[in-house]
Every structure is written in structure tokens, then in C-alpha cells.
Design a protein around this ligand. Structure first.
Ligand code: S3P
Length: 182
């Protein structure tokens, strides 16, 4: 994959549900494009000096959402990079407007049962702790899919290795660029 330098002019923001691979795909995509990689969840944790679970437990979800909004606003002012957003970030009107204005947004979409299997193996997501992951994801999908659909690009990823998803995102970005310049 040879990256067209024009793909490096704008931040690329990956959005979508938990478990879809925004961070792993984002990290690899950044390497391919030779751009820095940033993870909004990690940036929120660093700013707060606490894990996301601790922020939810100690201050509540709203405090996390406020931190997430501030962190992404700051990142949108930084130079081009590949950004993995947390699953709820693009749902916030202000954050979505900023991402739409400053970045190319890519919705990574995958089968909910696959996502449920992936996130069920980990205990780091407060929204699913103690709950049935598929039920949580189904409710989130219903509420969020119409909003994720406002992303500039949609890439369906399956149960394939992340490097295949990276190639699919790369191709979709290249097509988007070609379309935008046509
Ligand atoms: C959330 C997704 C998580 C994290 C937080 C809330 C959500 O990020 O921001 O637990 O609302 O979907 P990932 O999508 O990176 O798991």
C-alpha cells in the first residue's frame, strides 16, 4: 500500500461501536500512512490520571463524556493524525460537528455478535460490566447507527485479521479522496 500524500493532510477519525477495532486498526493505519496515532480513550485517561472504569465509578458517565468532548476538541486542533475515538464520542453533537469539520470520519461497522464475543472477553468497559454484551450492543446500535451513518466513509469489517480491515479502510480513503477531487 503506497500512501498518496494527500491522505496525510487531514486527521482520520475512526468511529463505531466498542470492540470493532478502532484502536488496533487505527494504529496499523497510522503506520501505513506514516501519521501519528492517537487514542481518545487513552488521552482521556492520561488527562484524568485515572482509567475509564475509575472515571465512571468515581465521577459518573457524564464526567467521562465531558472529558471526552474536551480531549477531542483539543486533538482536532492538533496536526493530522489517525484518531481512534471512543464509541460514544461521535454521538455528541458538538464533537461530531468538530470531527466533521476538521477530519475525515470513518465508521467501522461489524456484526454485533462478533463485537459481543470480543468485548465479552474483557472487563474494561463500564457500559457492559455485569450485563449481556449483545443486549447492550443491540441497544447501542439502535440508538447510534443512524448517527454513525453521518460519517464520511463507511467500512464494513468482518471477522478477518485487522490488517485486512486496514487495507479496506485504506482503499475506502483512497476512493473518497479520488471522489472528492473529481
Ligand atoms: C464507550 C466506548 C469505550 C469508552 C467508554 C464508553 C461507548 O471506547 O469510550 O467505555 O460509549 O461506546 P471503545 O469504543 O474504544 O471501547
Amino acid at each position: 500500500m503506497t500512501a498518496d500524500p494527500r491522505l496525510r493532510r487531514k486527521t482520520i477519525a475512526l468511529v463505531g461501536l466498542m470492540g470493532v477495532g478502532k484502536s488496533s486498526i487505527g494504529r496499523r493505519l497510522a503506520a501505513v500512512l506514516d501519521l501519528p496515532f492517537k487514542d481518545a480513550d487513552t488521552e482521556v485517561e492520561t488527562a484524568a490520571g485515572r482509567t475509564i472504569s475509575e472515571i465512571f465509578e468515581t465521577f459518573g458517565e457524564q464526567a467521562f463524556r465531558d472529558g471526552e468532548r474536551r480531549v477531542i476538541a483539543r486533538l482536532m486542533d492538533e496536526g493530522p493524525h489517525v484518531l481512534a475515538t471512543g464509541g460514544g464520542a461521535f454521538i455528541n453533537d458538538e464533537t461530531r460537528a468538530l470531527i466533521k469539520a476538521r477530519a475525515v470520519s470513518v465508521w467501522l461497522k461489524a456484526d454485533l455478535e462478533l463485537l459481543a464475543r470480543r468485548i465479552g472477553r474483557k472487563d474494561n468497559r463500564p457500559l457492559v460490566r455485569g450485563k449481556d454484551p449483545l443486549e447492550v450492543l443491540t441497544a447501542l446500535a439502535e440508538a447510534r447507527f443512524p448517527i454513525y451513518a453521518q460519517a464520511d466513509i463507511i467500512v464494513e469489517t468482518g471477522d478477518t485479521p485487522h490488517n485486512e480491515a486496514v487495507e479496506a479502510v485504506f482503499r475506502a480513503l483512497s476512493d473518497h479522496l479520488a471522489g472528492a477531487e473529481a
